[in-house]
Write a protein that binds this ligand. Structure first.
Ligand SMILES: [Ca+2]
Ligand SMILES: [Ca+2]
Length: 270
């Protein structure tokens, strides 16, 4: 009996033999290959699982990072809006500040111009006042009134009336018979030039209310002794009004109030 494994034309014998003889032992090389392939598959499967896990983890991490980036982007956008708003407000504030500075500058210029105008106005006003005073004095001179050095104004009348009429005439003009000026020697000489006192003139002094108690028309009581001419007053109750005349100096005399004389009115300069 032939115990060999033939190939090509002898296969019938081979099958006959194999049906009667046990299976030959496995090839070790094939077993090794199968084991190697199995290990490779296992490694590949594990690698694939690791890759999937890593991918999933990476994906989750990516999503988280993206969410965080989106959150940060929103915050940055809000900060940007706030920054823009602040920039606008700062710009507005700067504009307002600049506007206020401009207004203050304009106001200073206007005040400066006003000061200059006021100064010019004062100068012109003073000049105008001086001119007005001059004109006023001329007007008084024309109308018969003149201003004495005591700043009161006076008017001499050259016609003769009794004391009551003279007093009433002055009062109609808002004046009184000369009184204040009579108690000032300088003013007295300004009021009464010699040529006027060639005749007697009433002054505002009488003792009509109480004999011997002399009262001036400006409500001052008493008469200085220097005002009287020598021996005057001497009329008692029959001579209660006073005239002045010129006798080396201006002096007074008590006479009857019914006598007629010139008179001088005195009033405030307004
Ligand atoms: Ca008298
Ligand atoms: Ca007398």
């Amino acid at each position: 009996m032939e115990m060999g494994c033939y190939v090509n034309g002898q296969s019938e014998n081979v099958y006959e033999i194999s049906s009667t003889v046990s299976r030959p032992p496995a090839d070790p090389k094939q077993d090794n290959n199968k084991a190697t392939n199995k290990k490779t598959l296992i490694v590949l499967a594990i690698s694939l699982g690791i890759c999937v896990l890593v991918s999933v983890a990476a994906f989750i991490l990516f999503m988280q990072l993206q969410n965080e980036m989106n959150g940060m982007k929103e915050k940055l956008d809000k900060f940007s809006e706030i920054d823009s708003s602040l920039a606008i407000k700062i710009n507005d504030t700067q504009k307002t500040s600049s506007s206020i500075k401009d207004e203050l500058k304009n106001m200073k210029n206007e005040v400066s111009q006003l000061d200059s105008k006021i100064l010019i106005g004062d100068t012109k006003l003073n000049a105008n006042l001086t001119e007005a005073n001059s004109r006023m004095n001329k007007m008084f001179s024309i109308s018969g009134w003149f201003r004495a050095s005591n700043n009161l104004i006076y008017k001499r009348f050259t016609y003769s009336v009794n004391y009551a009429t003279a007093k009433a005439q002055c009062e109609r003009l808002g004046a009184r018979l000369v009184s204040t000026g009579m108690r000032n020697n300088q003013v007295k000489n300004e009021i009464f030039p010699k040529h006027y006192l060639t005749r007697g003139s009433w002054i505002g002094l009488d003792d009509i209310s109480h004999e011997g108690i002399w009262v001036w028309s400006d409500d001052v009581n008493g008469s200085p002794s220097a005002i009287w001419a020598s021996g005057e007053p001497n009329g008692g109750s029959s001579e209660n009004c006073v005239i002045i005349f010129y006798n080396t100096k201006i002096v007074g005399n008590d006479v009857a109030c019914s006598a007629v004389n010139r008179f001088v009115c005195e009033r405030e300069f307004e």
